[in-house]
Ligand binder design. Structure first.
Ligand code: PA5
Length: 465
């Protein structure tokens, strides 16, 4: 690998102690690579950058080309692991105002998202702005039964059929789902949608480098070959158990050491607003993987310098439970130079000729020292540039760090039993067959709230245009 993201632990307060975890790390590595740890049926992501299906990728690229030439807008329907990775990549790698640019000034289709919330207002507003556009849909759901995307897809199916007729609507729908099971798979087979597979052995939050993330990215004009090359290089760079040579494992070790010292909240920090959804992807990855058995570092995120003006006070001076992992981009995609001005009224002439990125880097350096002085350890991940190649490295780096970190913590990083609790309650309250007793019990407990199972039926389905 010619260039790699690297980790600076000099302000982490545990730099000297990381090597103490050498044998724990080696054990976690062996479990992961030998498939002897918990969740070992979900390790398809581990060597995916080396052995992904090239034919499927070529078909995916062809579909992305068809979307780019057919559609002004692609609606990506999915939630959680079936949504956040694609959005993270698209926000990081495309123009900050991608959707607003004229078509000849952006490399791909405009991308919109649905099925990641239950807001009827959001859906109505989205349909409003799509009214005059040529639209394709990529519905993504591994289980094929998740409520949010299933409702959004029902709405969009009907909308597309009205707009284009059944045959053309079918041509405009791309389904990414399980190979064999689930309602979406059945529908895709019946309707003959162009379909892509989420392998059985790759869980939602580890699926960004499958068709789940790659089809929307390619439709947005992102070079997914470069992304996979970056992921592949990081896979090879993190293949050895040696802590000294493996920055990914150093990160996993450092955050576990900090957790053991009571630093139970990790803030992922960025200085580029386009990284915000990357933080959302990262929060799901670590939150769902580690938050089990009343354990786990709580993953949170901040966007600097914006949030230095809001919760910066807490970080500097509040409860000392925090540590920060800063993603520092070495070189901005575009630059602005502060031009000299005859008037000195704004007090900025000491910055004449400096770039905005220079100012941003000083904000980073100043906050690093201030927060470390305030008792907040800082881990810094240096990313040379905001490119598909380095993003591929970052995705893989965090996936592997998360797996190793989960094993160090003593949990199964690949399941998510806790997510089912709210879903079961929601199904019961909605009146899903099979949940009758739970519905009665829950309604008794909710008698003083405004929630009513009827609201859903009356206002959302059937959808009227
Ligand atoms: O990581 C996970 O398993 C979840 O976030 C899922 O990705 C999310 O719930 C969506 O599930 P599905 O793809 O089955 O619709």
């Amino acid at each position: 690998m010619t260039r790699a993201i690297n980790l600076d632990l000099s302000h982490s307060m545990v730099e000297g102690a990381v090597l103490e975890l050498e044998s724990e790390i080696r054990a976690a590595h062996d479990h992961l690579h030998n498939g002897t740890g918990p969740g070992n049926q979900s390790l398809g992501w581990l060597e995916l950058p080396a052995n992904y299906d090239r034919q499927e990728l070529a078909r995916l690229q062809a579909s992305a080309e068809r979307i780019k030439t057919t559609a002004d807008a692609l609606v990506v329907i999915g939630i959680g692991g079936s949504y956040l990775g694609a959005r993270a990549a698209i926000e990081i790698l495309t123009h900050s105002f991608h959707n607003q640019l004229p078509r000849d000034r952006r490399p791909g289709t405009a991308i919109y998202y649905a099925g990641h919330n239950l807001s009827s207002t959001y859906l109505r507003h989205l349909l409003d702005i799509l009214e005059d556009k040529s639209v394709c849909v990529n519905v993504i759901s591994k289980s094929g039964t998740t409520t949010e995307p299933a409702i959004a897809f029902r709405v969009f199916r009907e909308w597309l059929q009205k707009k284009y007729g059944p045959q053309e609507a079918r041509r405009r729908i791309f389904a990414t789902t399980d190979q064999a099971k689930g309602a979406l798979k059945q529908l895709a087979l019946e309707q003959n949608y162009e379909s892509f597979v989420i392998p059985d052995n790759i869980g939602g939050r580890f699926s960004v480098l499958t068709a789940v993330g790659l089809l929307p990215m390619a439709a947005a004009g992102i070079d997914i070959g470069e992304l996979m090359a970056g992921a592949g290089d990081m896979m090879r760079a993190t293949a050895l158990p040696s802590l000294t040579a493996n920055t990914c494992y150093q990160y996993a070790a450092a955050r576990n050491l900090l957790y053991r010292q009571g630093k139970t909240i990790e803030l992922l920090v960025n200085y580029e607003p386009s990284m915000q959804y990357f933080a959302e992807w990262w929060k799901q990855l670590f939150g769902e993987s580690e938050g089990k058995h009343h354990k786990g570092t709580f993953p949170a995120s901040v966007n600097f310098s914006t949030d230095l003006h809001s919760i910066g006070q807490y970080i500097q001076d509040g409860l000392r439970l925090l540590f920060e992992t800063v993603i520092r981009i070495g070189q901005p995609r575009l630059e602005v130079t502060i031009q000299p001005e005859p008037s000195t009224g704004d007090g900025l002439n000491y910055l004449n000729g400096k770039t905005m990125d220079f100012v941003n880097q000083q904000a980073f350096a100043g906050s690093l020292i201030a927060h470390a002085d305030g008792g907040v350890p800082n881990l810094v991940l240096n990313v040379p540039k905001q490119t598909p190649y380095f993003l591929g490295q970052l995705f893989y780096f965090f996936e592997k760090a998360c797996a190793i970190s989960g094993y160090l913590l003593g949990v199964n990083p690949f399941d998510q039993p806790g997510v089912e609790s709210y879903k079961n309650n929601m199904f019961a309250l909605l009146g899903k067959p099979g949940f009758e007793a739970e519905k009665q019990a829950l309604e008794k407990r909710l008698k003083h709230t405004l929630i009513s199972g009827e609201r859903f039926d009356k206002l959302i389905l059937p959808y009227q245009f």
